[in-house]
Design a protein around this ligand. Sequence first.
Ligand code: ADE
Length: 242
Amino acid sequence: MKFYVLTLFPDMIMDGLNHSIIKRACDDGAICIEAIDIRDFSNNKHRHVDDYPYGGGAGMVMQPQPIYDAYMSIKPKLSENCPVVYMTPQGKTFKQEKAQSLSELEDVVILCGHYEGVDERVIEEIVTDEISIGDFVLTGGELAAMTVIDAVARLIPGVLNKEESFQEESFSNNLLEYPQYTRPPEFMGRKVPDILLSGHHKNIEKWRREKSLERTYLKRPELIEKAGLTDEEWEFLKRVKS
Ligand code: ADE
């Protein structure tokens, strides 16, 4: 899968993602990330890409032409239905299902805004999706774009190795992950639960499932309805509640 990022800070994207699993995936060719510097498409001799807002007000607005030209420079390389995602707090909140559906595509273009925003006309012209990573405002879309790329990339076959992908993970089944422990068996007087040292796989599996249910119920109760619990598991949760 190929990620194209339209940005004023290409180094932020390329350096930020050049680590660990995502770096390995790029080196292996499982994914490809290209950051396109919007400033390279400025028609202005000072390479300006922003201007004052019509109607007045604070801050600057990114002009439509450099963004449009940056997009047109990659357009011939894009697949026919390649989405153009604008990172904005006004977008739909990013969830695991969206990460899954994006991971099934050949390519995606991600537009990162800065300053007070982006001229509305280029959004109307090229953007197909708007994504927010949460109800807070960042200084720009780059950290949000990196978040989306990381979450999408790890779902692409070949990006995680067998051990990494075997891990049961939060949200894949609408339940939070059970607690994990490693050596030593005791730390600051806190012991690893005996059951994990017992070697009894059936009991360990049951304990982990129950911890997942309990945690989800206590920390993210709104998720539990979607998790498809059995009658027995609802009974177990009733006991947790009381
Ligand atoms: N740009 C600024 N804030 C953002 C957010 N919360 N999500 C996505 N893009 C953003």
